[in-house]
Design a protein around this ligand. Structure first.
Ligand SMILES: Cc1cc2nc3c(=O)[nH]c(=O)nc-3n(C[C@H](O)[C@H](O)[C@H](O)COP(=O)(O)OP(=O)(O)OC[C@H]3O[C@@H](n4cnc5c(N)ncnc54)[C@H](O)[C@@H]3O)c2cc1C
Length: 328
């Protein structure tokens, strides 16, 4: 029997689905309509039944809810076992995951179990079934063709719009799962600071570099980020100086991000930094040096000392937010 249908693998984090999961729904729906095949999802979670309803409400035709306490925290082999059971039983031809830390780990293990071809960091799915993905820090975009009957694709966050609940509602099917005796056990979870937005799925990022001159320099950036609902990023120079944690580093040896808005403050834009953010939508650079690489490639380049300019931006955003509230 030929493999048919598209399966989204949705992995919950702290009992909720990462926003990028809903980007998979958009990509999956486009693919399903092009191939005229059904779109399904499997939710792996200790709260799968409730989360499955959210995907069904976004028009996924059939959502398999694999609910089990062993799926509360990500354990690669356990999640792969649960997802593979559904994929093999139903014979899906295309499997979509989010290309985040858990998704990439799961994609590899799933590809082995399904004897499937695998592409990670996919940024586009072409009508002929090939996919585009970056190599060499985005300097080369490769077109990948799957030769295997089953294709596993991990999609880069922010590559597709997020699906929203609509008129078409799919069905939810509970699936029993027995993990057996896993060889890996979950030990503990260390949450990030309260209210911190993860860089990977952020639509807006305010990033700071050596030009901030100190840890103090990040204070106005954090204030601006909070107003904009943005994540805070940094250059390696700022991280190496100890002003901000490594998890905030953007670039070759940090995170790759694709927000709609990237505000770079006091960052010169060396190639290793650009490697992590050049696919952003609108890039705003604020710098005293009008000739530095980031100012040259930015959509909006502001020649200014951040000490003077960021407070003005904060005041303006507050003013506009205030007037919106009054108008509403
Ligand atoms: C193998 C390798 C991997 C690397 N990986 C990464 C990586 O992942 N991410 C990364 O970022 N870097 C990485 N780097 C380091 C990279 O080469 C640069 O050194 C680093 O990005 C520079 O950071 P910066 O732009 O903050 O600092 P600088 O290059 O020193 O730039 C500071 C900027 O601040 C501006 N400025 C100064 N004062 C003000 C002010 N008051 N207001 C506004 N602007 C001001 C200056 O004009 C300047 O443009 C890597 C390097 C190597 C060799």
């Amino acid at each position: 029997m030929a493999n048919k249908g598209i399966l989204i693998v949705a992995v919950s984090q702290r009992a909720s689905l990462p926003p990028a999961t809903f980007e998979l729904v958009t990509a999956g729906r486009r693919l399903a309509d092009t191939l005229k095949e059904p779109l399904a999802a499997v939710v792996l979670s200790e709260k799968a039944a409730a989360l499955a309803e959210d995907l069904a409400a976004c028009g996924v035709d059939k959502v398999y809810a694999v609910e089990h306490p062993s799926l509360a925290n990500f354990i690669g082999p356990v999640h792969a076992q649960a997802a593979a059971a559904v994929a093999l039983k139903e014979g899906f031809g295309k499997v979509l995951l989010v290309s985040n830390v858990a998704g990439r780990a799961l994609a590899g293990q799933l590809a082995v179990r399904l004897k499937a071809g695998l592409a990670a960091d996919v940024c586009e799915i072409l009508p002929d079934g090939k996919v585009l993905r970056p190599y060499f820090s985005g300097n080369l975009i490769a077109s990948v063709e799957f030769k295997s009957p089953v294709a596993v694709m991990a999609l880069a966050p922010m590559s597709f719009p997020r699906a929203e609940a609509g008129a078409a509602k799919g069905t939810v099917v509970p699936v029993a799962f027995d993990p057996g005796s896993p060889k890996i056990q979950f030990v503990s979870y260390q949450p990030e600071a309260a209210n911190e937005i993860d860089l990977g799925g952020a639509e807006r990022i305010v990033s700071g570099g050596r030009g901030l001159q100190s840890e103090e320099g990040f204070k106005p950036l954090r204030a601006l980020a909070q107003l904009l609902g943005a994540a805070v990023g940094a250059s390696r120079a700022a991280v190496d100086s100890g002003w901000i944690a490594y998890r905030s580093q953007v670039g070759l040896t940090g995170r790759s991000v694709r927000p709609k808005l990237y505000i770079a403050v006091g960052i010169s834009g060396q190639i290793q930094h650009l490697a992590g953010m050049s696919s952003s939508g609108t890039i705003v650079a604020i710098n005293t040096d009008k000739d530095c690489p980031l100012m040259q490639m930015a959509s909006i380049a502001v020649v200014a000392d951040y000490n003077e300019f960021i407070p003005l931006v904060i005041d303006e955003v507050k003013k506009r937010k205030g007037s919106t509230a009054v108008a509403a």
